[in-house]
Design a protein around this ligand. Structure first.
Ligand code: CP
Ligand code: NVA
Length: 335
């Protein structure tokens, strides 16, 4: 099975959606689809033979951590999971020094943590590709998987509107807004005004969207905002690191819950419509957080419905992360 990707992706880091050109981003998604088909055909290749990837995690993770480990292993490489208590990172050793040490040992670094600056410092000083596996500001690897899922479900990314409902200025929303603009997908943010996207990020996304002939809109009224949407997307109301704001956020965002009425408000029930969520999701009573208060950002009937593609989306985290590793670390010219 022949794989194709742009040679320009070699040795490249991913800090945010704008780290790649629109064409490069779409090419990465295409490579992920090829890698997914290849794996489904039972092929575990050697594209990352003896390549080693450091996974520095300051925050918890199920999908990003496991996707990274298996993506590397599937193609003959390895990944080492490093948390703050495991290494001296930022405590007894500066980020800059840690970057220079790990860059001598590893072929690439995937970082999940708090400050975007830490991710950028790692990229600046390690000398190897660094991938942002979520910071307070961005979650670009997530959006590659989201776009792949939309492409698979609808057949392409044409004539599509994504409505994101919830905390419109969190890491996922920031990256989704720019990812949609770059992919030529209309983006609608439905949030209370206090959680509208940062004006600079909004202006940046609008400029990209305009170039690609699509819109970026912001609504306070979710019922109005979702009209005509093909994808309803949400994320937790309280991101990692913001736990102190839990009560306030639940109160503020209750009217922004994705339920069947909101799905109906799109006008696309029975037509071109899906539900996405980066996960983990509070959709039932089966978590420590929701055992008392019940579902938060999405109801169980939507989460469990045929509209919901959240587990395809989740699986696609692995294929898209694999595409990032392969394109950055495997020199096509030397194959
Ligand atoms: N969506 C996502 O990043 O999930 P994890 O926090 O489990 O990695
Ligand atoms: N916005 C969420 C995303 C989790 C994948 C968080 O940062 O916790």
């Amino acid at each position: 099975m022949q794989l194709n990707w742009m040679p320009e992706l070699y040795n490249r880091s991913l800090m945010r959606m704008t780290s790649f050109t629109d064409e490069e981003m779409l090419n990465l998604i295409d490579l992920a689809a090829q890698l997914k088909a290849r794996r489904a055909a039972g092929i575990r290749g050697d594209l990352l033979h003896r390549k080693n990837i450091a996974l520095i995690f300051e925050k918890s993770s199920t999908r990003t951590r496991n996707s990274s480990i298996i993506a590397a292993r599937d193609e003959g490489g390895g990944a080492e999971y490093l948390t703050r208590p495991d290494i001296h990172f930022g405590k007894k050793e500066s980020v800059k020094d840690t970057a220079r040490v790990l860059g001598r040992i590893y072929d690439g670094i995937l970082f999940r943590g708090f400050a975007q600056e830490t991710c950028e410092e790692l990229a600046k000083w390690s000398g190897v590709p660094v991938w942002n596996g979520l910071t307070d500001d961005y979650h670009p690897t997530q959006i590659l998987a989201d776009l792949l899922t939309i492409r698979e479900t609808f057949g392409n990314l044409n004539d599509c509107t994504v409505a994101y409902v919830g905390d419109g200025r969190n890491n996922v929303a920031n990256s989704l807004m720019m990812g949609c603009a770059k992919a030529g997908v209309n983006y609608v943010c439905c949030s209370p005004e206090s959680l509208w996207p940062d004006p600079a990020k909004l202006a940046e996304a609008r400029a990209v969207a305009q170039r690609n002939g699509v819109d970026v809109k912001v609504f306070a009224d979710p019922h109005e905002g979702v009209k005509g949407a093909n994808v309803l997307y949400t994320d937790v109301w309280v991101s990692m690191g913001e736990e102190a704001k839990t009560a306030e956020r639940i109160k503020l965002l209750r009217p922004y819950q994705i339920n069947m009425q909101l799905m109906r408000d799109t006008g696309n029930l029975g037509g071109k419509l899906m539900f996405l969520h980066c996960l983990p999701a509070f959709h039932d009573y089966n978590t420590e957080v929701t055992k008392e208060c019940g579902p938060l950002e999405v109801t169980d009937d939507v989460f469990e419905s045929d509209y919901s593609k959240v587990f395809d989306e989740s699986e696609n985290r692995m294929h898209t992360i694999k595409a990032l590793f392969v394109s950055a670390l495997c020199n096509r010219a030397a194959l």
